[in-house]
Write a protein that binds this ligand. Sequence first.
Ligand code: NAD
Length: 355
Amino acid sequence: MKIQVAIIGFGRMGRFYLQEFQKNPKYEVCYICDVSPVCRDEARRLSPESKIVADSDEIFADTAVRLVVLSAVASDRKARIEQSLRAGKHVIAEKPIADTIEHEREVVQLASQSDLFCTVNLYLRNAWYHHTIKQFVDSGEIGDLAILRICHMTPGLAPGEGHSSEGPSFHDCGMHYVDLARWYAASEYKTWHAQGVRMWNYRDPWWLQCHGTFENGVVFDITQGFVYGQLSKDQTHNSYIDVIGTKGVARMTHDFHTAKVELRGVTQTIEEEKDFGGKNIDVLIELMAESILTGKRDSRLPSFADAAIASEYSWAFFNDSLEHDLPVKGDLGILEEIRERRRNMTDGYGLLPRK
Ligand SMILES: NC(=O)c1ccc[n+]([C@@H]2O[C@H](COP(=O)([O-])OP(=O)(O)OC[C@H]3O[C@@H](n4cnc5c(N)ncnc54)[C@H](O)[C@@H]3O)[C@@H](O)[C@H]2O)c1
């Protein structure tokens, strides 16, 4: 029998989930819920066999629903996670798992007391390219892991646009990279120093670089910013990871279509180029399906604790940047031009569906 799943929040991410569930024969999307009538109309069009609702109560009352995907906004998430677990449903939550650090800790506690499976879309943990690099590192080819350099800069979500309640770009997006560095280091953060810039005179730094150490001596630097040529005629981005060992290196870059991995180890040089894989939701839902069907949680599923730690450190790094010199570059007029351009773009970085 297929796993009956409900999607709550049918914006950009909710639609990605629907696409992947529709491709996976283990699932049937029985409900889609969104408060926006425009999004509900879109849901009816894309998934005529699902029941489309404005209120999630019916979903929690339906005992046939085994899995709930929470892809609305973070302010709503803690209450929905509590409801899901009370109603006996497994959960895939978008990040962050709640809207404040305190709520995130409470949600972690709640999940740890439940036999139901909870996971979160820390999508980089499900990427083929990071698994390829990690395996190479674990094989000893680069010697001892020493330095992690991660960079992700795109002309994506501008300040004040979209889910700004989920924090500045270093929290909203940067938490993925904070999590990724911790995943590679397999250790906890120990020290850090962050530098930001208040681009376009916006109140929060929208570009931030943090460097520091892990408990096991691995050092890291993470650069994240949605400040990469928003007004350039032809936009581009710069996204890479450099994993440096005492003997060799492993690195990757991507153009959002293809990911390229380059491994320079002591006995092997490997270059691999494959489909980027987007948000890897196909991998996440397959791991969840196997967990539900076998009754045994797949250890590769990212945990709520992983998400809460990543969120907490991305706030810590962000707050550290506020303690140092924080220059301003540009003005609010440029920011307005950027917002206006994004409002009218049909093909751009991280554009949200129109409501
Ligand atoms: N894992 C990732 O890589 C990743 C990437 C982007 C966004 N996200 C996260 O996913 C979530 C959704 O982001 P998005 O880009 O799809 O945003 P979005 O604005 O496109 O979609 C959110 C949808 O939720 C709906 N909604 C809001 N409150 C609701 C409620 N109470 N009940 C039902 N529906 C409700 C909105 O109408 C909207 O359609 C955010 O928390 C965001 O941080 C994660």
